[in-house]
Design a protein around this ligand. Sequence first.
Ligand SMILES: [Fe+2]
Length: 305
Amino acid sequence: MFRFAHLSDPHLPLPDVRMRELLSKRMTGWLSWRYRRRRIHAPDALAAAVTDLRRAAPDHVAVTGDIANISTAAEFRQAAAWLRELGRPEDVTLVPGNHDAYVPVPWATSQGLWGAYMAGDGAAPPASRDDFPLLRRRGCVAFIGLSTALPRAPLIATGEVGAAQLARFEAMMRDLRDLCRVVLIHHPPQIGGASRHKELSDQRAVREAIARVGADLVLHGHMHRTMLGRIESPQGPVPVLGVASTSAHPASKYGAGGYNMIGVERDPDGGWRFDVEVRSIRPDLSGCDTGNRFHLRSPTPAVAA
Ligand SMILES: [Fe+2]
């Protein structure tokens, strides 16, 4: 069985910020970090989750964004070092979140530092959002990574795939029908996935695209909670799974963070079967326990007449 870990929203501790860096939307984000978020996203909680993940030795790791908070240059450098600790670029697939594009910043000194983790198979690292989706084949799985990360006005945490990326996504998905197609996206695309100021703006178009081309599993972050949703398709409901923040302290308002371990195997009745183990950070931060365990199934492909 192919096993991969899904983690999201680590929101690494905010390094020292220069005053001039705060003369923008960053000021609201900095205040939010200083007075609220730094008590939620704890480095020792994150370390507990990552240690447990390493011990579990998955075949691959998928990260659905929000490594940063307010997109300062120091945050991108810190995140690049954290990614190197997490694993080799070929073993870790990353898509960005809204906090990784908090304000307009030059690509080369921001997400560009994470390029090797966002490069598709045989492709150069993305040079902008225009190079998404990324595609990586690992075992029986095709990971298709979308970028929803765009700078927005203060207090707005919405995201967008955009028509051009969505067209590339549909074309890509059509060529991958023999593999288990796992879509990675920071913002939840299902109906009711997020409130107005946090939602995926073009969620309806994304759902319609998925209904047209199908998908086996959609994984998202952004909400800092384990969430299960669905997207209707002609072949049946596509499961949509959201993961808790990997750094949420067990005493935080979100409860214990962690990551999901997902086993993939062919379903004898057609399609794919997913064994999902929610790994939750222990109260004493000594590692993780299994907080929940359940199975999901992909839509079953129509039998050719
Ligand atoms: Fe987010």
